[in-house]
Design a protein around this ligand. Structure first.
Ligand code: NAD
Length: 479
């Protein structure tokens, strides 16, 4: 089948009629073609968005809210179809797509459909000057949204929903590796009554289609989620045009475990925070630091639990770990296991490819735990983004904090302790955008989301996202 671009409410082929192969990671077969869109397609998408903007930006908040909530309802009523498409395209367990990815995509639209009706701006009475100042928040115009492959529809809609709620029109590009649910979203938007041109979806490679979005002189803001190197490149391209940028980038998150934690809860959650979605979540805790007193016990229990995880076909209901997203990504992750071994890391379990009967060409790999002696090794300093974690012990709070912060990334951290004083000290001193204490990936969509250091610039989520997608203007009225 052919996936098409969604421009001005219509499904269209790329102007050049060039196509790319789209692979099913569970069996390694090409199962669809996607447009290899050029700057011409992006220009068409921009034109359609620009034409839709005057009317959409003047639509009432009730109207926008009604349409966003309708999109959310339609995603919910098409849950199974979307979950199956996501699982097939990405390799993730169907159960995960059904329980997390698609419900969250629906929540994104519902949340911002409601949030926009509560969004307000500030006013300041300039006492003694007989003047009043207020902040007029206006949509930016046409904005670009570019998303990665790990949580395809979840992250695509996390950008699109606030952008259109705030009155912008959008040119969006999903990852070329996982285009399917973004394609299906076009149908839902039409059915929900989203006016033509408000959302335009172009498919293609990052270096051509994505680059054309970033380079387009009239696309004034870019919301990007992806790798740190790509983010740095986008920042360089966008800076001379003074574009507004939100960059959600890579992570190398610490999971710090103290002996005083609720052990069973920590153990079960750590299995999830290490290997959910094959470890391909930017928030996964890939560097596990354990207090010396419980290190040996934790090591034994963790290895035992991880060995029980079943690697299997994504649609098998017993599967815990599905396929990695692509062959090249599988090779990258395997290469990191070799690097870790060369650096003296000890593989406690996993490390090998898995062959699933009937799906021998799929991209499967065992969940892998590596014991290391120092944080200063490539496996602990570079993002692997796969089913690989390291473990290492520490003695004191100071040492744990130093290890956690000793990395260029700063997306999230998880802390396991029942000591309130320690909780506050770590919360203040961890150099990350998110700190989870005694939990992982508990998300409240009102909270600011994003990373520090090389994990990004800017925050998404809640009113932060609505602030990003609007331009504040100071109006001063003298009376
Ligand atoms: P990537 O940077 O390769 O690609 C992300 C998106 O950018 C894709 O749509 C891609 O086509 C596009 N792109 C690539 N080059 C581009 C260019 N020159 N101009 C414009 N667009 C371009 O990342 P990926 O491999 O798809 O995703 C994995 C990365 O995403 C990991 O580093 C992960 O940590 C990160 N990530 C971060 C978050 C977060 O919230 N911080 C969430 C999920 C994933």
């Amino acid at each position: 089948m052919n996936i098409q671009n969604y421009i001005n409410g219509e499904f269209v082929n790329p102007v050049s009629n060039n196509w790319l192969d789209n692979y099913n990671p569970s069996n390694g077969e090409v199962y669809s073609q996607i447009p290899n869109s050029s700057s011409e397609d992006v220009a068409n998408a921009y034109k359609s968005a620009a034409e839709a903007f005057p009317k959409w930006s003047n639509s009432t908040l009730e109207e926008r809210s009604r349409i966003l909530i309708k999109i959310s309802e339609l995603l919910e009523s098409n849950l199974e179809r979307f979950a199956m498409a996501e699982s097939k395209d990405n390799g993730k367990p169907l159960s995960l797509a059904r329980e997390i990815d698609i419900p969250r995509a629906a929540s994104n639209f519902r949340f911002f459909g409601n949030a926009i009706t509560q969004f307000a701006s500030e006013s300041h009475e300039s006492v003694g000057l007989n003047a009043v100042n207020f902040t007029l928040r206006q949509p930016i115009g046409v904005v670009g949204c570019i998303s990665p492959w790990n949580l395809p529809l979840y992250l695509f809609t996390w950008k699109i929903a606030p952008a259109i709620a705030a009155g912008n029109c959008v040119v969006a590009k999903p990852s070329e590796v996982t285009p399917m649910t973004a394609y299906l979203l076009g149908e839902i938007c039409t059915e929900a009554g989203l006016p033509k041109g408000v959302l335009n979806i172009v498919h293609g490679l990052g270096t051509t289609t994505g680059q054309a979005i970033v380079e387009h002189p009239n696309i004034k803001a870019i919301s990007f989620t992806g790798g740190t190197e790509t983010g740095a490149h986008i920042a360089r391209v966008a800076a001379p045009m003074f574009k507004k940028l939100s960059l959600e980038l890579g992570g190398k998150n610490p999971n710090i475990i103290f002996a005083d934690c609720d052990y069973e809860n920590m153990l079960a959650t750590t299995v999830r925070s290490s290997f959910a979605n094959q470890g391909q979540i930017c928030l996964c805790g890939s560097r596990i630091f354990v207090e010396e007193a419980i290190f040996e016990k934790f090591k034994k229990d963790f290895v035992q639990k991880v060995k029980q995880l079943k690697v299997g076909h994504p649609s098998d209901k017993n599967t815990n770990i599905g396929a990695l997203v692509s062959k090249s990504h599988l090779e990258k992750v395997e290469n990191y296991v070799k690097i870790a071994e060369d650096e003296g890391g000890k593989i406690l379990c996993g490390g090998l490819e898995v062959t699933i009967e009937g799906f021998e060409n799929g991209y499967y790999m065992q969940p892998t735990i590596i014991e290391i002696e120092t944080n200063q090794c490539r496996i602990n300093q570079e993002e692997v983004f796969g089913p690989v974690v390291t473990i290492m012990s520490f003695k004191t709070d100071e040492e744990a904090l130093q290890l956690a912060n000793d990395v260029k990334y700063g997306l999230s951290a998880t802390l396991w302790t029942n000591n309130l004083n320690r909780t506050m000290q770590f919360s203040k001193q961890l150099q990350t955008g998110i700190v989870w204490v005694n939990t992982w990936m508990l998300r409240d969509l009102r909270t600011p989301f994003g990373g520090a250091k090389e994990s990004g610039v800017g925050r998404e989520g809640g009113f932060e996202a609505l602030r990003f997608f609007t331009e504040p203007k100071n109006v001063c009225i003298k009376y």
